[in-house]
Design a protein around this ligand. Structure first.
Ligand SMILES: Cc1cc2nc3c(=O)[nH]c(=O)nc-3n(C[C@H](O)[C@H](O)[C@H](O)COP(=O)(O)OP(=O)(O)OC[C@H]3O[C@@H](n4cnc5c(N)ncnc54)[C@H](O)[C@@H]3O)c2cc1C
Length: 338
């Protein structure tokens, strides 16, 4: 049930489905907004965000700063965490009422799940895990998606009144916020009852082991770490920071860390708030996967290491000297906060 007076529009407006966790927008939401804004400006369309959740109204201002013209705000205690049984009917109901032209979702576990269900429900074409999307030559939506572990890139043209894409986290980067914008808010009052799937308990996983694509902080090691023994202090640091462990292809090829922990062109594209690069030279094949990070901190003993060109915080020192000091400091801070 909608309580708003907004008129239904048949348009090619662009929708972004916001993803948030524990009261904060995921970076990918802001990345999607940046790309949606550019696309909307080319198509003379509006950028509209679907914000589903519980007590999430405080996120609206940030959505506006990043380009949202309008926010459909659906709040309900049952929407606190993503459940397809509950999110799908709310979003599908909004689609049939407001007829967007393009829907962009994050290529995260939840975004992919919702996107495929929406495509099945509406019959709309879907392109998954895109890194680029733009207007096609004859009014279609053009999407570029990597495949086979990024060994190939496919260019797809999506046609029809509704097109759905999911966007790879870290592919676009977050644009600087524009301070003045206040989006129009359309409040949706969803009538929901527990579906066939009910959330009984929510337990965050071990941050060290979560998928790098989803990680908020990453501590990554490279050849400079020196071996599997050297990775023990990287793991310790990750524990203290509540971060996931990643690394370069060298670390993977040497079997110091498993393949799913590799960041880079043939590994994962990541977009954490903090990326700590330790003993990593900063080869382009690696950096391409980490450049979507909000802040990169590099520790390297070579003042000419290319990683220093990308990092915002540069520590030119021997990691074997710096890391024990850092760990000790963080342990001290953790002790104080207990
Ligand atoms: C097609 C292709 C795809 C690739 N895909 C990927 C990919 O997905 N991901 C990836 O990471 N790589 C990838 N690579 C490999 C990439 O080109 C680099 O070789 C690799 O990233 C280098 O890893 P590294 O930084 O660990 O090692 P190095 O380049 O050897 O750098 C080690 C760094 O550690 C520093 N160091 C050494 N000792 C210390 C110390 N005690 N204290 C502080 N710093 C120290 C050194 O100064 C140096 O800068 C790919 C290559 C190709 C050709």
């Amino acid at each position: 049930m909608e309580t708003d007076q907004a008129t239904a529009q048949s348009s090619c407006n662009i929708w972004v489905v916001a993803e948030h966790r524990d009261g904060e927008l995921l970076e990918i939401t802001l990345e999607m907004l940046g790309d949606a804004r550019q696309l909307a400006d080319k198509l003379r369309a509006q950028v509209e965000v679907l914000l589903l959740g519980h007590q999430v109204e405080n996120l609206v201002a940030r959505l506006g700063q990043h380009g949202a013209d309008r926010v459909y705000l659906a709040q309900h205690p049952l929407l606190e965490r993503y459940l397809s049984d509950l999110y799908l009917p709310v979003v599908a109901g909004l689609i049939s009422r407001y007829s967007p032209g393009i829907i962009i979702l994050p290529a995260t576990a939840n975004g992919q799940d919702l996107a495929s269900r929406l495509a099945a429900r509406t019959g709309a074409p879907l392109a998954s895990d895109c890194v680029i999307f733009k207007p096609g030559p004859a009014g279609e939506l053009e999407a570029v998606c990597p495949g086979f572990g990024d060994q190939i890139y496919v260019r797809l043209l999506l046609d029809g009144p509704l097109r759905i894409v999911t966007m790879r986290p870290g592919a676009a980067g977050v644009e600087k916020p524009k301070k003045s914008k206040t989006p129009e808010v359309v409040k949706i009052d969803p009538v929901l009852s527990p579906g066939r799937t009910r959330l009984v308990e929510y337990q965050p996983g071990d941050p060290r082991l979560i998928d790098l694509v989803e990680a908020d902080r990453i501590v990554s090691g490279g050849r400079g770490v020196g071996g599997p023994e050297g990775f023990k202090i990287i793991e310790q640091l990750a524990d203290l920071l509540g971060a996931a462990v990643g690394g370069t292809r060298v670390a993977v090829d040497n079997r110091w860390i498993p393949f799913e922990r590799q960041v880079g062109q043939t590994g994962k594209t990541v977009a954490p708030r903090l990326y700590l690069a330790i003993g990593i030279s900063g080869a382009s094949h690696h950096i391409i996967g980490a450049k979507g990070s909000e802040t990169i901190v590099a520790i390297n003993s070579d003042p000419n290491a290319p990683i220093f060109k990308t990092a915002q915080l540069k520590v030119c020192a021997d990691l074997h000297e710096v890391l024990p000091i850092l760990v000790k400091k963080l342990e001290g801070l953790a002790g104080k906060s207990k």
